[in-house]
Design a binder for this molecule. Structure first.
Ligand code: ZN
Length: 411
């Protein structure tokens, strides 16, 4: 029997193999030794880097112009050396048709509503996409599910039920107003909306780095990898099971649904932000070369789109109209400073941008917008020009925070 050699190279292996071949070519050394040396350096860099999509810790540390607070923020969000630096059914409350139009608007303000009203609006958004019909569940069951989800969010200043609502409503805007829904299947849309609602279930108000550094039981359970995100997914799945939401799906539908929620919620781990931006840039380049269009998308393209939408919605506060955006920034500032205090109290490595004595909400908001938000939302506009208004808000907010920050400095 003939045994065929199966070639199973990843694109990266193909590149490194080609490079190795070039380097070992004797004639290259004779004709251009400098080029050979450069190729060797490239090969070493590729081989010694675990994360080819994100910027390296050294790259961030070596930027002399970067202020220490921005450096600290970028280190947190680039997944680098985390341990090293020391340092009731209320549908009748609303006229569904009227309210649903408001819910399609970018910059909807959830703060003036009661929990009951938020629950009712969530139900409206799910019903807009016929979730009860698709999953063959009753409206009452859907309502009970949302009420249960509500109970699993705590009263932190940022990671609370308002945030869960806000992310779900922002996804709804992407799907409807920005037209992303037409690139997804009905089941994708339901998985995405449910993921938005559940993506921060039982959030403790501290980030992954804190849980890892305190050897929290959750960090132990998930081996320090996307600790919170894994926890949110696990709770979400248990709840879906408990409410028998998926029992009427076919096996392959259920399998795909599970993959969608896992990948989408894992993509909200901020340490995966830079790799996501790199992939987004690749899609932009492919589109410019006319090799990519979000029409008749493959399942991989649809999955990537779901990850993009959930992540965008999760960090969308900075790209909302100023009044609402400012409130969110103050809330995340408050929650982060509480973590900063706790780090000092416990004597664990501290995070500069969470230390209230070293920074302000204005400085943190600016750094986050400039280094994290703007590069992401501007690439989104490249791929989806209909999202331009989000980038406009973001850039306007940068100018406003900059003015506030300058005033703080001159005080
Ligand atoms: Zn979130």
């Amino acid at each position: 029997m003939l045994i065929h050699k199966v070639i199973m190279e990843s694109p990266l292996e193909s590149i490194t193999n080609s490079l190795s071949e070039l380097i070992s070519d004797q004639s290259l050394n004779a004709t251009n030794p400098t080029l050979k040396k450069e190729l060797e350096n490239i090969l070493i860099q590729i081989s010694s880097n675990n994360d080819l999509y994100g910027p390296s810790a050294n790259q961030i540390s070596n930027q002399v112009d970067l202020n220490p607070i921005a450096r600290s923020l970028l280190k947190t969000y680039s997944n680098n050396d985390l341990m090293v630096h020391k340092t009731s059914n209320h549908c009748t409350l609303f006229n569904l048709n009227k309210e649903i139009e408001h819910l399609k608007v970018w910059g909807y303000d959830p703060f003036n509503h009661s929990d009951e009203q938020l629950i009712s609006m969530l139900q409206s958004m799910f019903m807009y996409y016929q979730m009860p019909e698709k999953l063959k569940i009753s409206d009452i069951k859907l309502n009970q599910f949302i009420i249960h989800v509500r109970q699993l969010y705590h009263s932190h200043s940022y990671h609370n039920f308002y945030h869960a609502f806000d992310v779900t409503q922002t996804i709804f805007t992407y799907l409807t107003t920005f037209g992303f829904g037409k690139h997804l299947t009905h089941l994708d849309i339901i998985a995405l909306l449910l993921s938005g609602l559940c993506h921060d279930l039982n959030h403790p108000g501290y980030n992954n780095a804190f849980l890892v550094n305190t050897f929290d039981p959750l960090a132990i359970q998930y081996n320090d990898k996307s600790v919170l995100e894994n926890h949110h997914i696990q709770l979400m799945w248990t709840l879906l099971d408990q409410f028998q939401f998926l029992k009427n799906l076919k096996w392959d539908e259920k399998k795909e649904f599970r993959t969608s929620i896992i990948n989408s919620i894992i993509a909200t781990d901020m340490s995966l932000h830079f790799p996501l931006v790199t992939k987004l840039k690749q899609k932009v380049t492919e589109q410019k070369m006319n090799q990519f269009k979000y029409i008749n998308s493959t399942s991989q393209d649809r999955q990537f789109l779901m990850e993009l939408i959930l992540h965008a919605a999760d960090i969308s506060n900075i790209a909302k109209p100023w009044d609402i955006s400012k409130l969110w920034c103050e809330r995340i500032g408050h929650e982060s400073f509480l973590q900063g205090k706790k780090e000092v109290e416990l004597g664990i490595p501290t995070t500069d941008w969470m230390d209230e004595s070293k920074t302000t909400v204005a400085k943190n908001s600016l750094n986050f917008m400039i280094y994290i938000g703007e590069p992401f939302f501007s690439q989104m506009v490249e791929l989806f020009p209909q999202t331009k208004s989000c980038l406009d808000h973001l850039q306007e907010n940068i100018r406003t925070w900059n003015n506030i920050s300058n005033l703080e400095t001159t005080k």
